[in-house]
Structure formats: structure tokens, C-alpha cells
Write a protein that binds this ligand. Structure first.
Ligand code: CUA
Length: 313
């Protein structure tokens, strides 16, 4: 079923969201229709001047009053648990999901596949395989929305958010920005192309290869001189970065912090904020020396060095 008001459901999740929506709509009709029918019916029947029997007035009925509160409450709770389960599923991408990087900027979506294939305002994905989008923004808040998959997620500067799905039948659907992000917000759209697995492999092979975010980050890591301190060296001691992503880091302050994307980013821009225990506060800030895009690449490189993180690649 597809109309302008009701896009196709391109995943099992989308079909279930539709079912949830329709069932909730049915419940709302079921609960509100009798109220309006009786309201109008009684208003007509007992209107002023009408000669009807008004003597059998019921003052209270405990049974009636409890039941009209308890039954709708129980029915509504079913929807709470159903929706909570769907929401919780969306928060946990499967471990073996194909991870695609998404970088948003005014006003385009840049995507990159694990092999280095890059796209702009397009996203090709294989059918029947979980795909997790690892998303960040170079400037303002954007929000990635796939109406056909019934999912959307804000994309924030300085943070990594994730969105996952498993697309059904091959097809082409809208990809939209759904957060007002400036004058050309309405043009920040593209398409998602769901392909059969073999067609997707073919498509990947036909794309020119570009260095991945992590590979570009590795290049910067050397050219900015990070490797001089963070790799085995006798000159300056700095924490080694292999395996740090997602791991607990003891700080000089006595606290322990998990090295997530935000921590790595802070360490590059505000190195004096959280000093790792056992190291001198020597690192210079890179706040005015690197572009947002380069920062995203550096964080991707440090993630690629592995670690205990849930989303390690
Ligand atoms: Cu990006 Cu609206």
C-alpha cells in the first residue's frame, strides 16, 4: 500500500510501526466513539421540552465507574509495552551489522561504506542485512529521516548517533533532513536504494575507492604530529591509543571515564580537561588548528585502533 500520505513500509520494523499506529487509532476510535454517540443521543432524547421519562435516574454505580477507568487503562498499557519494545529494539543494532559512516553538513549527506566507497545524498544498502549508520555533523543539528523505514534520528555536531535498520524488498525511497538547519534545509534530501545482496556487491565494485574516514584520520595523525608523542617514543610520554576506544580511562582527578567519541573529541580540543592518570599535562589544544571534518576523521581513526567498545570495528 502506498499513497502520498502513506509511504510503503520497506522493512519489517516499518510494517510493525504501521500496525502499532493502526491499532492505536482503532483503540482511540473504540474508546471515544461511544462517548460521542451517547453524548449526541442523550442530548437529543432529553432535550428541554421533550416529553420523556426522567424518573429512573441512576446516582452512582461503583462498578461502572471503576470499569470505565480500568479497562481503557489496561488497553493503553498494552500500547506502552508494545511501543517500548519497538523503541528498545531500535537502540540495539545487531553486532554483525554493516556499519556505514554518515557525515551531515549544510546542506548535504555524505555517506561512506566500510570499503571506502563514498556517496553524496545517496545511500545504497543490501536487502535483508542489518545496516547501522554511524552519524555525526560538521556544523549544526540535522536529522536523518527515512519515511519508508519509519525511522529518524538527530545528527549532532560533536557527537555520534546511530540508527539501524534491515531493509526488505529492493527499491528506492526518500532520504530527508527533518530538522530545520538553514536556508537550504528543504533541499537536503536524497534517496536510499535497497539492492539485492549480489547487486549491492556489484555496485560496490563499480565505485571508485576513496580512503575511509579512519584512513584519512591516520594520515592526519601523522601529519599533525600526534604520532610523535602517542607512539613509543622516549621524548614525550603520552598515553598509547591502541585499544583505548570504549575502555575505562583513569584520570588524574581520581575519576574513571569511558573513552567514547565525546571523550576523544574533548581530549583533542580541550586536552587539559581530563588528564589521564600518570601523564603530564603537556598536550597542546588543537581547537583552532583543525577543521570539524578533520576532527571527525581523527576520532574515526582512534576508534579503528580497536578497544573494548561495543561498536568497535
Ligand atoms: Cu539538514 Cu535540515
Amino acid at each position: 500500500m502506498s499513497t502520498p500520505l502513506w509511504p510503503v513500509a520497506a522493512s519489517a520494523h516499518a510494517a510493525e510501526i504501521d500496525l502499532l499506529f493502526l491499532a492505536l487509532l482503532a483503540l482511540v476510535v473504540l474508546l471515544s466513539l461511544p462517548v460521542f454517540v451517547l453524548l449526541i443521543g442523550f442530548a437529543l432524547r432529553y432535550r428541554e421540552g421533550r416529553d420523556v421519562n426522567r424518573s429512573e435516574r441512576v446516582d452512582r454505580s461503583l462498578w461502572l465507574e471503576v470499569s470505565w477507568a480500568a479497562i481503557p487503562f489496561a488497553l493503553s498499557l498494552v500500547f506502552f509495552f508494545w511501543a517500548a519494545k519497538l523503541y528498545a529494539d531500535l537502540q540495539r543494532p545487531p553486532e554483525d551489522a554493516l556499519e556505514i559512516e554518515v557525515v551531515a553538513r549544510q546542506w548535504m549527506w555524505k555517506t561512506q561504506h566500510p570499503g571506502g566507497q563514498r556517496e553524496i545524498n545517496e545511500l545504497h544498502v543490501p536487502q535483508g542485512r542489518p545496516v547501522v549508520l554511524s552519524m555525526t555533523s560538521e556544523d549544526v543539528i540535522h536529522s536523518l529521516y527515512f519515511p519508508a523505514l519509519r525511522i529518524k534520528q538527530d545528527v549532532l555536531p560533536g557527537r555520534t548517533t546511530r540508527l539501524w535498520f534491515e531493509a526488505g524488498e529492493p527499491g528506492t525511497h526518500h532520504l530527508l533532513c527533518t530538522e530545520f538547519c538553514g536556508t537550504a534545509h528543504s533541499e537536503m534530501r536524497g534517496r536510499i536504494v535497497v539492492m539485492a545482496p549480489a547487486a549491492y556487491e556489484d555496485w560496490l565494485e563499480r565505485q571508485p575507492l576513496a580512503p575511509t574516514l579512519a584512513a584519512r584520520g591516520a594520515e592526519l595523525y601523522r601529519s599533525l604530529g600526534c604520532s610523535g608523542c602517542h607512539e613509543a617514543s622516549d621524548v614525550v610520554r603520552a598515553p598509547p591509543l591502541e585499544g583505548v576506544f570504549g575502555s575505562p580511562v583513569p584520570l588524574m582527578s581520581g575519576e574513571v571515564i569511558i573513552a567514547d567519541e565525546a571523550y576523544i573529541r574533548d581530549s583533542i580540543l580541550l586536552p587539559m580537561k581530563d588528564i589521564a592518570a600518570g601523564y603530564e599535562p603537556l598536550m597542546p589544544s588543537f581547537a583552532n588548528r583543525i577543521e570539524e571534518e578533520q576532527l571527525i576523521e581523527l576520532v574515526a581513526y582512534i576508534k579503528s585502533l580497536g578497544g573494548a567498545g561495543e561498536y568497535r570495528r
